[in-house]
Every structure is written in C-alpha cells, then in structure tokens.
Ligand binder design. Structure first.
Ligand code: MV4
Length: 506
C-alpha cells in the first residue's frame, strides 16, 4: 500500500496489446467511456474483428506470437506512433510480464495492470508463499523457500507427510508439477521436476507442498487502487478443467457458506495487499473436502472467466481497471457489493472433446451465437473467419445469468442448443454434457470432474433419440422437397442451408 498522493491522469487512447475476444471485450468498454482504441495485429489477423473494431490498427509482424504480440519494442513503437497514453495487455501474451510493465513505465505509457514489483513477486511462487505466510493467508503445508538438494527434499517431504506435490518456483498453471505418493519415489521425482523446470522456465528451483486430494478450485476476484483501497468481488468456481485449462466456471461457488466466503474474501484482500497490488487480480485457492482453504497462486491480470463476476456484481471490471490505472480512487466499497443471482460460463473452443480435446482450428463456415435474456457471448471470431492455428483455439465464451444456480444452468443449456457452429469441432457437446451431469447439478465435483465422469461415448446420441432424429429427418425431407425455393436453389447448384439442426451436436 502506498500513502503517497497519486495524481490522476486521464486516459484518452488505449492500445490493446492483444487479439481475439479479449481485445474486443476491452475495446467495447473503451468505446463506452469515450476512450479511443488502437489495435495491433499479426499478418493472419488482418481481417479479424478486433482490427475492424479499433479506431486505428497497426500491423506488427508475422503470425508467430514471438514475432508479433510478444515483441515489446514493436508494441511500444505503436504506442508512441499512435499517441496512446495507455496499454491494456488483456490476458496471456505480455499481461504478466514484469519487464514489459517496467518498459511501459519508462516510456511514459500507463500499463493497465499492477506494478512490475507485484507481477514479479507473484510470478515467483516461493516469493508469493513467503508473502502469504507474512500476511497470515492459509497455505498448504510446505516450504516457503526453494529446496535444491533432493535428499534434503526427502526429509522435508517426510515431515509434510505424503502425498506431496513438487512445484516449480517459476511455474504456475500446472506446468512442471509432480505428485509423489510415497518416500520410495521422491528423490528421482524431484530430480526430474528440477530438470523439467530448468528447461521449461530457465529456472530449476522447486518447492514442496502437501498434496491436497480432490480439491475444488475457487478463486476470488479482487480490485485495488493506488490509494490503498482493496476490495473483493466474491468468488468463481473453476473446478471443471481439462489439461489445467478451465472449460466451465461459475459464480458464486455452490459450496461456500457466507461465513467461509467472508473469510476467504478477507484472505484474498490480504494477499493482494501483501504485494502492494493495484488493478484487477485473482487470488486462487484450493478448498478441500473439509472446507479448509489454501492459497494456490495469484494471477496479476484480468482473467478469461471475468464475465461471470460481472454478471453477479454488475461491475464492469475493465472500466474499473482503467479507472484505477488513471490513478483514481475506487468508488465501490466492499459493503456496496452483494451477489445477485448466479452465472455460468462455458468456454467454446475449437477442440474435439471426443479426441481428448485435441485442438481443431480451421475456417468457421457458420457461427451463429445465441442471444436473448440473460445470455452473453464474448467472441473474437466471426462466421467466414478462421480459428487460427497460431493461437489459443477459443472461439467464444458463452455466459448465462439466472436468478439462481438452476435457472442459470437451464438458460445455459438453452443457449448451447441455440449455438450453431460449422467447420470445426467444438467443446459445446462437452459443456452440454457437464450442464446435464448429476454431479455438476448437485454441486458434487472436484478438479477431477473430467477424469471422474467424462468419456467420449457420453457424447454420442443414444439409440432412442437416433430413431427420433431419423423420423424427423424423413418428415422434414418430404416437407422441404415440395418447397419451390429449395428446389430452385438446388437447381442453381447453390448449397441450401439445412432448415433444421440436431440438438446434440455430434
Ligand atoms: C495443488 C494441488 C493439490 N495440492 N497444490 C494446478 C495448477 C497449479 N496452479 C497448481 N495446481 C494444483 N496445485 C496442492 N498443494 C492440485 C493442483 C491441481 C489443480 C488445481 C486446480 C485445478 C485443477 C488442477 C488439476 C491438477 C492439479
């Protein structure tokens, strides 16, 4: 926290250093606030929606991110050329790069994010553990320092008690982790973790934590200004993941009591304050079966799943990010906030859930997103466009709101059924499976939901509905054959669009 007076500085033009749905998301709020927008784009992104949406757009290089969206000098050059006074990094790319935040500072451009020190502290998972220990935030038992000698590690692991988890200090998001069930395998596992961390991050330091089994992943959204005010905007439940990538999220979590929510919210605020945090941020916790919670990590950026928080709080998180980056004081106080209803997010990726969620990028021949009361779609691609192989294959985020959890889920199912996508396989069938699954409906799930409950044959149309579909197809075929328009279109050789689609997208 700082007591030094901060001179507010109005932001008039924002360079959005990102692409896809998050670039569009940020530009929408900028437009609402009367702030001009600048897009950057790589070669294949030339026709992308974020480029057209911006007031100005600059080509910054070829497809490869390390020659375009990750090149700090090019982005700062565009900022200078366009006269942007601030840069919004979105998520991914340079959003958690401390040296980029520093370079912006040096160039006199506002980085819409936390200061470089906070990014650095939270990026080093051992430094973060030390800060949490000092701040009294609960953590899984383990070391706050990196352990370098595997024999010493084995002693520590024995003290902690098996199973333990070896994590990379420079890691995060599940990279470079190793679960060890018993003493016999420890030394070798630690050596491997060290060498993996070393090649993946150029930093071989690892630390050891008690492994929490069957946890739920519950994260708190926080907001902090440069005047020492920090608030939380409740939690998101993100337990449904595959390969450490979230696919379904919701807010609030169905397992938190008001008392536990309050306690975790205060811990999240303390976590943010411990590193002098400013900006929107997320404090991730694991919650075990006995409702104990443990700090996992802090993400120093706006997250993909932020819309569910916006739905239940009514707060535009990008607007708040911009206000605090301008140096203004937060106008929302903790006591002003309450949870309104429930929101669910389904991430629609160009992936094949029947083939282990293998990415399936390619042209989007059809993209007709659902709409209607309580439905929001954040997408950065459009019909006729392409899900590019060079980047994350997310097509859109579909979020729903309902007056309670069941209403939000039923609305989500309705929206998933309305969604038409052709050209690529998508996670829509998996999301529908999750929405209808008893364990999800009952709120009885952990981070192992996909492994515990999902097999590809759960997606296939069952025999009964196959018969129904065959009957429907026959009826429709007869009806359509009589139609002159369709007949004429067929004669012209034009493809006639199917007048019906089957509900379960298989
Ligand atoms: C853990 C854990 C169990 N115990 N730490 C995964 C991502 C990285 N941020 C840390 N992760 C975990 N840390 C302890 N002490 C289990 C995981 C974990 C996990 C966490 C949230 C959601 C999905 C997950 C999948 C596998 C492992």
């Amino acid at each position: 926290m700082t007591d030094s007076p901060v001179q507010p500085r109005k932001i008039r033009k924002v360079l959005v250093a990102n692409r896809g749905e998050i670039a569009v998301r940020v530009m929408r709020t900028c437009r609402e606030l009367g702030i001009e927008t600048v897009a950057i784009y790589s070669e294949p992104d030339r026709p992308s929606p974020h480029v057209r949406m911006a007031d100005e757009a600059y080509h910054i290089g070829p497809a490869a991110a390390n020659q375009s969206y990750l090149v700090q000098e090019k982005i700062l050059e565009v900022a200078a050329r366009s006269g942007a006074d601030a840069i919004h990094p979105g998520y991914g790319f340079l959003s958690e790069n401390a040296s980029f935040a520093e370079a912006c500072q040096d160039a006199g451009v506002i980085f819409i994010g936390p200061g470089p020190e906070a990014i650095r502290a939270m990026g080093d998972k051992t430094a973060a553990r030390q800060l949490m220990e000092d701040a009294g935030v609960p953590m899984a038992p383990g070391t706050t320092d990196a352990v370098s000698d595997p024999d010493e590690g084995a002693v520590v692991a024995e003290e902690i008690g098996y199973p333990v988890l070896i994590k990379a200090a420079a890691g995060g998001g599940g990279k470079g982790m190793r679960i060890v069930d018993e003493a016999a395998g420890f030394t070798r596992a630690m050596e491997m973790a060290q060498s993996e961390a070393s090649s993946a991050f150029g930093d071989g330091r690892v630390f050891i934590e008690k492994y929490i089994q069957q946890p739920r992943h519950i994260e708190f959204q926080i907001l902090a200004d440069a005047h020492g005010n920090t608030i939380h905007l409740f939690e998101r439940e993100c337990s449904i993941q595959r390969r450490h990538q979230k696919v379904v999220e919701e807010a609030p979590s169905s397992i938190l009591t008001p008392e536990l929510r309050d306690e975790m919210g205060r811990a999240a605020v303390a976590a943010a304050e411990s590193c002098g945090y400013r900006n929107a941020g997320t404090v991730e916790f694991l919650v075990d079966a006995d409702q104990n919670f443990y700090f996992m990590e802090m993400n120093t950026r706006l997250q993909v799943e932020h819309p569910v928080t916006e739905w239940i709080t009514g707060v535009d998180l990008v607007e708040q990010q911009i206000r605090v980056a301008e140096g203004r004081e937060l106008e929302i106080r903790q006591e002003d906030l309450s949870i309104h209803g429930h929101s669910v997010e389904c991430r629609v990726y160009a992936e094949d859930p029947a083939s282990n969620f293998l990415p399936d990028p390619g042209p989007l021949h059809r993209h007709a997103a659902p709409s209607g009361f309580g439905v929001r779609v954040d997408s950065g691609v459009e019909e006729g466009g392409e899900v590019l192989i060079h980047y994350d294959p997310m097509i859109s985020k579909l979020t729903s709101w309902g007056s309670d959890r069941d209403a939000a889920i039923r609305r989500m199912i309705r929206a998933l059924d309305e969604y038409e996508i052709a050209g690529v396989q998508t996670t829509i069938p998996f999301c529908r499976f999750a929405m209808e699954h008893k364990a999800f409906r009952d709120g009885h799930f952990s981070t192992h939901f996909v492994d515990d409950h999902f097999t590809p044959d759960a997606l296939s149309v069952d025999a009964d509905s196959k018969d129904d579909l065959a009957a429907l197809a026959a009826t429709l075929y007869e009806a359509v054959s009589d139609d002159e328009t369709t007949a004429a279109a067929s004669q012209n050789g034009a493809p006639s669009r199917s007048p019906w689609k089957n509900r379960r997208e298989v």
